[in-house]
Design a protein around this ligand. Structure first.
Ligand SMILES: Nc1ncnc2c1ncn2[C@@H]1O[C@H](COP(=O)(O)OP(=O)(O)O)[C@@H](O)[C@H]1O
Ligand SMILES: [Mg+2]
Length: 339
């Protein structure tokens, strides 16, 4: 069977290794754990795993385990029987039953609470579960694929993630490399997105200087950040070719053309010192608050103000981000919700 990865762009060696792994693993029934920084294409890879599996004609059901604070409502995943809680007026199937015969994608599995971790472990080991409030065990024929941008091994060490579940999920690990390690793939991807978001019949081109800049920038938000920029350029730039001056300031600074380029260059990183704090005429609390504000805003900016994504980049819960924004009065006037 030939493997369809036509929507996944990347020719670099590190990325080809990922695609080779994908081709080998997709047709099997193995549990896969996809890791990588936010925006590296984990979800895209999981879709390809399903599409190239024997289960392709059955559903792929995605559950975002990090989206809800505390324990993800168990009934969402396992379903419930009538009367299981005050709200359960009817029996309802959960995501697990909807995925029957297909693939269950547990996204951001690092956010899963302890009691659900145990239930998922049982599901993986015994291929069985119960609806909430139900006494009958239901057989589940699903392939489980999980993804996370957190370091689960660290979370196992700190006691936040069950070690047995980690090993059970980590049968086949696939790690997506950060975009900054993929060399010229940056340019391939940039062109791919300019094609995707082109407004007329022709996609915009990128000038040689702008290409240099794109290659030098470290892409903390990875492919998602690049996609957001390219979409913006396709809308905002009136001309046919993207010049270096059209690029976002952050990209220019990292490329070494801006006046502040040295301090913004990632190689010359330095922690702020006391003199920086005093230089700003601030006390510790205010200085730290200011640093936090900047990081929050940058993460939001990089993810097109989609809070789920910004929270992922920052490594905090979406609700924590929203609380912080409220407290700091940083709520934007508008926020286009996107997946
Ligand atoms: N190699 C790639 N080729 C084409 N598009 C990609 C690639 N990697 C990521 N993308 C796109 O970038 C965006 C973010 O990817 P996503 O899979 O949601 O990342 P993650 O789940 O790791 O946060 C999506 O729009 C996705 O289609
Ligand atoms: Mg994701």
């Amino acid at each position: 069977m030939s493997v369809d990865t036509s929507d996944i762009i990347g020719r670099s060696k590190v990325f080809q290794a990922v695609l080779n792994m994908l081709a080998r693993v997709a047709p099997t029934e193995a549990t896969v754990l996809v890791t990588g920084e936010p925006g590296t294409g984990k979800k895209l890879l999981v879709r390809a795993l399903h599409r190239n599996s024997k289960r392709r004609d059955k559903p792929l059901v995605a559950v975002n385990c990090g989206a809800v604070p505390g324990d993800f409502p168990e009934s969402e995943l396992f379903g419930h029987e009538k009367g299981a809680s005050a709200h359960a007026l009817h029996s309802r199937a959960g995501c697990l039953e909807m995925a029957e015969g297909g693939t269950l994608f547990l996204d951001e599995i690092g956010g899963l609470g302890m009691s659900l971790q145990m239930k998922i472990l049982r599901l993986l080991q015994e291929k069985e579960f119960e609806r909430l409030g139900g006494s009958e065990s239901i057989r589940a024929d699903v392939r489980v694929i999980a993804a996370t941008s957190r370091n689960l091994e660290e979370e196992v060490k700190s006691g936040e993630f069950r070690e047995d579940l980690f090993y059970r999920l980590n049968v086949i690990p696939i790690e997506l490399p950060p975009l900054r390690r993929r060399g010229d793939d940056v340019l391939l991807l940039a062109e791919h997105f300019l094609q995707k978001y082109r407004r007329g019949s022709k996609a915009m081109k990128i000038s040689p200087e702008a290409r240099e800049m794109l290659l030098k920038y470290p892409w903390p938000g990875n492919v998602r950040e690049l996609e957001n920029y390219m979409e913006r350029m396709s809308i905002v730039c009136g001309h046919e070719e993207i010049a270096s001056g059209d690029l976002p300031e952050k990209v220019l600074l990292a490329g070494g053309t801006g006046p502040e380029s040295r301090s913004a260059c990632s190689d010359g990183f330095e922690w702020p010192g006391l003199k920086d704090m005093q230089g700003q005429g601030m006390k510790l609390k205010e200085f730290l608050e200011n640093i936090e504000d900047r990081l929050l805003l940058e993460a939001l900016e990089n993810s097109g103000w989609v809070k789920n994504q910004a929270a992922e980049v920052l490594g905090i819960k979406r609700t924590t981000l929203i609380e912080k924004l409220k407290k700091k009065n940083l709520e934007p006037g508008s926020s286009g919700q996107r997946e």
